[in-house]
Each structure stands twice: as structure tokens, then as C-alpha cells.
Write a protein that binds this ligand. Structure first.
Ligand code: F6P
Length: 547
């Protein structure tokens, strides 16, 4: 960011938004809709086949104007260009941020350190496609001559959440003759349950790790190797037919014992949480095939191009990011609920949690000074309609403001009688109920006794976005993920933080390395933690029956 940009809270648009918020904070959505009969059609935006209705937000035209001004005053345009040009905008790790290169069509040029990375991206995609076809056709044989029937991705964070989310989201398009499982947790149960009914001779492990040093992934990978070798009579040379790696770290892959011919590469300019469309998506490609994977990349690219070129007022990720920022920084909202009305998107909220919270959960600016405003909100959610019978009560009648993103599709992937119309009726009803509520007069007019009436009142004025698309396809999924990626970027830029590092995960990792030997030691360890941690370690050792 250039030095000319004022601190966030000193920018004219920020100041104006603060004053504007004072005027608008009590205005009810009922009023806003009554004042403008066209609001529900006017405050909408369509891009790359995704339709966003943002009319049920607590905003006026003035709010949008000021938010757009804030984006401009924050240098968003320059920052978008810098990312797409391959500048090292991840300053704390001195890296370019080029997930957009992963979906750039052949023939384009994006230069990092003097080298065009686009041909490298396509070379890896071609290698993935060739491998995927061999597995899917049964041409790739395991050590005992059997075709591969089971694929287990071992990874964590971005090397797990993207693959598992995409697999679940696109299961409808997947090769059902193959079984896919995902092991991430260092809790041994994760691995044990994943393999308990599998034949090692028919199983392929994809060890997915950008660094190939992550404790959980390397522990699970070694356990997988032991399980596999135990099943195949200890034949070490069998490993080559059953273990492949996805990583940036060739040395470590070789050290583990995986033939680097079976390594699928990606690069340090791909952040873990932005990597599902890199080789980290190998399990996705195995499941849905290279053509569908290509369609997903095309969806990503369409949204990238929209983000890069559309004016801010017609830019879907910019608008989504600004609306989130409005509630986060001016209304004091602490969370955002993401509510997909699509069963296949059941892991989408979990995926978004890493994307949004690892990216924008930051306390200092790019220059290292403490922020004096709120940064990334908490993201959470569950697919509808299940959430309706659980936590929606709090969203409707609780004391907190929880902006919601509803996501729905017009065409069901599994048409079954009236199910889909009923599903969609629910999503529309929820946004209507949240916005407009149910007034005391209405409750009374229904004959509700006075003592009960207050409990049955819905105050409304609870904001939501509705994202509607025709159908959940690989292409649509790419667009949806890119929409959120760029909305996170928009917010991170305005907050002036680095959305691409994750130093906050380091301390716990380092402390765990110190505690592991204390838990494993045969001798009573000399402990030098605080009294709580010391006591917990001692109790754990006693309970597990340590010597
Ligand atoms: O949790 C921290 C983190 O570095 C994530 O950013 C990353 O996605 C995950 O760990 C896994 O890292 P790797 O792919 O290097 O194993």
C-alpha cells in the first residue's frame, strides 16, 4: 500500500460512514422497502451467473456510495492490480499472492521472479489429468495388480478443507466406483476410522502438504505407511504404487520415500487456504475428472476477471466485502452466518472459516502498527434447513446482530417430488422473516394472549444477502469460492492488513513440541509451565497411567 494512504479511521469516507451510521442505525428495513418499491430489484447485482440480492441490508444509496468511496480511498484498485501482476504483496513472507494464476488460461503471462508461471501451472494440470485418467480408468495398478478403489487425502488446513469441501460439493459429479476419504486430525481416530474397512492393495494415499513438515500430516502419513506395509507384508517397494505427494517441498517428499515422479508440484505463491484449485485439488480431480476440474477452474477465472475489471459499484466481491465491513466496523457485529440451502455445500462454512479467519484475523497493519478498529469477523454456519431447527432462534430473536449470507440454487441436483420448492420456500421465508419480522400489533391481532405476545414478536431489521445461482456445478463452485476469496481480499485491503500470512498459528505449534516429550517421558518430567498447565500435564500423566 502506498504511503499516501491515510490511516483507516482518518480517511474521509470512514469519518463520513461513522456519521452516516448514526443517522441510519435505527432505520428499519420495513421503512427502507416502503420508501422504495423497486428496492428489491434495484439493490441486486449479477455477475458471472451469480445473482446477489443485497436489498435486505441496512443500507441506503448513500451507504453504498460511501463504502465505495472507502474502497477507493483505501487503494483497492491499485492493490488488485498489484496482486494480479504478481507483486510480493504478502510482505511478511516476501511472497507473491497468485492463486489467480492457477486458473489463468494457457497463453497468458504472469511473471514471478522473472519467470512466467502460467506454463508451469498448465504442466502440473496436465500431469494431474494424466494421473487422474489412469486411476479412473483402472490403468494404474496397485502393487498386487489390483486397480485403485480408495483414495485417501492426508492433509490439514488448506490441504484438507479445500479438498474435502470440493469433494462434498461436487459429489454429484464424482466417480462413484471410487471411495474418497480425508484424514486431517492428529487424533488417531481420524486415520483408524478412515481405513478400517479398506484393502491396502486397493488404496492410494495422497499426502498433501505445502511444506511437507506439518506435524499432523507427517504423523498421519507415517501411520498410513505403517498400516500399508503391515497389510502388504512389509514390501517397501510397494509404497511407490500407493503413495503420491502434493507439495512445494521436493526434498522432504523424497526424504519421506515418495518417488518424486509421483509428486504434484505447487508454489510458494499459493497460500494454503487458496490452494484447492492447485495440485492440492488432486483428489477433487480424481473424483470429478479432468474436464469437470477444468470447468471449475473456468468458473474461478470468470470471477477473477470480473473482480479485476468490473467497476466497484458493479463488482460482486467488492460489494460483498464492503457490506460485511459495514456491519463489522460500524454496527459492531461480531459474526457472519453462512447458510447454504444445498446439502452438497455442507462443508462450505468450514472451508470459509479458514479462508476468512486465517486471512483476516489480524491485529496489526501491514506496517506492523496495532489496528484501532475491528478486523475479520467470525464465520460460521450450517446448511439450511437444519440450522433453522437449531440456532436460527438466536438470529431471529436474540440480542445480537448477525448478518447472514444465504446461498441457494434454482435447480436441484436430486429432484425429488416437492423437496426443492419446499427448500427454496424456506430460504426465501427466512430472509423475509429476518428483515421484516412480526410486529406486536400483528401478534395481538392473531388473538395471542397479552402475556405471550412479547415472546412471539419478531423485531426484524436483521440483514441478509441472498446469493442465487441456477445450479451447483463445478463451474459455479469455482465462481462461489472466488467470490469469497476476493471479498476477503477487499476487506483485508481496507483494513490494511496482510490477508496472506498466518503467524497466529505458530505459538501453539511450538508449545506443543515442548509438551509432547513431557507427556511421553518415562521419568516424571521437570515442568516449568504456569501452574495450570503443569497441573494438567501431571493429571493427564496420572490418568493415562504413565510410569
Ligand atoms: O494452520 C496453518 C497452516 O499453515 C495453514 O495455513 C495451512 O493450510 C496448513 O497449516 C497446512 O499446511 P501444509 O500444507 O504445509 O501442511
Amino acid at each position: 500500500m502506498t504511503a499516501a494512504i491515510a490511516p483507516l479511521t482518518a480517511r474521509p469516507a470512514w469519518q463520513a460512514l461513522k456519521a452516516h451510521h448514526q443517522q441510519i442505525r435505527e432505520v428499519h428495513l420495513q421503512q427502507l422497502f416502503a420508501d422504495d418499491p423497486q428496492r428489491g430489484e434495484r439493490l441486486t447485482l449479477e455477475a458471472a451467473g451469480l445473482y446477489l440480492d443485497y436489498s435486505k441490508n441496512r443500507i441506503t444509496d448513500e451507504t453504498v456510495k460511501l463504502l465505495l468511496q472507502l474502497a477507493r480511498e483505501s487503494g483497492l484498485g491499485e492493490r488488485i492490480d498489484a496482486m494480479f501482476r504478481g507483486e510480493k504483496i504478502n510482505v511478511t513472507e516476501k511472497r507473491a499472492v497468485l492463486h489467480v494464476a492457477l486458473r489463468t488460461p494457457q497463453g497468458a503471462s504472469i511473471v514471478v521472479d522473472g519467470e512466467n508461471v502460467v506454463p508451469q501451472v498448465h504442466a502440473v494440470l496436465a500431469k494431474m489429468a494424466e494421473f487422474a485418467q489412469r486411476i479412473r480408468r483402472g490403468d494404474w495398478r496397485g502393487h498386487t495388480g489390483k486397480p485403485i478403489k480408495n483414495v485417501i487425502n492426508i492433509g490439514i488446513g488448506g490441504s484438507d478443507l479445500g479438498p474435502v469441501m470440493a469433494y462434498e460439493a461436487l459429489k454429484h459429479y464424482s466417480e462413484r466406483a471410487l471411495t474418497f476419504r480425508f484424514v486431517s486430525n492428529i487424533d488417531g481416530t481420524d486415520f483408524a476410522e478412515a481405513v478400517r474397512d479398506l484393502d491396502p492393495g486397493e488404496t492410494l494415499f495422497i499426502i498433501s502438504s505445502k511444506t511437507f513438515t506439518t506435524l499432523e500430516t507427517m504423523t498421519n502419513a507415517h501411520t498410513a505407511r505403517d498400516w500399508f506395509l503391515a497389510g502388504l507384508g512389509g514390501e517397501v517397494k510397494a509404497v511407490a504404487r500407493h503413495f503420491v505427494a502434493v507439495s512445494t517441498n521436493t526434498e522432504k517428499v523424497r526424504e519421506f520415500g515418495i518417488d518424486t515422479a509421483n509428486m504434484f508440484e505447487f508454489w510458494d505463491w499459493v497460500g494454503g487456504r487458496y490452494s484447492l484449485d492447485s495440485a492440492i485439488g488432486l483428489s477433487t480431480m480424481l473424483a470429478i475428472g479432468p474436464d469437470n476440474f477444468q470447468a471449475m477452474l473456468s468458473g474461478f477465472h470468470q470471477m477473477d476477471e470480473h473482480f479485476r475489471t468490473a467497476p466497484f459499484e458493479a463488482n460482486l466481491p467488492v460489494l460483498l466485502g464492503l457490506l460485511g465491513l459495514w456491519y463489522n466496523d460500524f454496527f459492531g457485529a461480531q459474526t457472519v452466518a453462512v447458510l447454504p440451502y444445498e446439502q452438497y455445500l455442507k462443508r462450505f462454512p468450514a472451508y470459509l472459516q479458514q479462508l476468512t479467519m486465517e486471512s483476516n484475523g489480524k491485529q496489526v497493519t501491514l506496517e506492523g502498527t496495532a489496528v484501532d478498529y475491528q478486523t475479520g469477523p467470525i464465520y460460521w454456519g450450517e446448511p439450511g434447513t437444519n440450522g433453522q431447527h437449531s440456532f436460527y432462534q438466536l438470529i431471529h430473536q436474540g440480542t445480537r446482530l448477525i448478518p447472514c449470507d444465504f446461498i441457494a440454487f434454482a435447480q436441484p441436483l436430486n429432484p425429488l417430488g416437492r423437496h426443492h420448492d419446499m427448500l427454496l420456500a424456506n430460504v426465501l421465508a427466512q430472509t423475509e422473516a429476518l428483515a421484516f419480522g412480526k410486529a406486536p400489533e400483528q401478534v395481538q391481532a392473531e388473538g395471542t394472549p397479552d402475556w405471550l405476545a412479547p415472546h412471539r414478536v419478531f423485531l426484524g431489521n436483521r440483514p441478509s444477502n441472498t446469493i442465487l445461482a441456477a445450479r451447483l456445478t463445478p463451474e459455479t463452485l469455482g465462481k462461489l469460492v472466488a467470490l469469497y476469496e476476493h471479498s476477503v481480499f477487499t476487506q483485508g485491503t481496507i483494513w490494511g492488513i496482510n490477508s496472506f500470512d498466518q503467524w497466529g498459528v505458530e505459538l501453539g505449534k511450538a508449545l506443543a513440541q515442548r509438551i509432547i516429550p513431557e507427556l511421553e517421558s518415562r521419568e516424571e518430567p521437570r515442568l516449568a509451565h504456569d501452574s495450570s498447565t503443569n497441573a494438567l500435564i501431571r493429571r493427564y500423566r496420572r490418568l493415562k497411567g504413565a510410569p
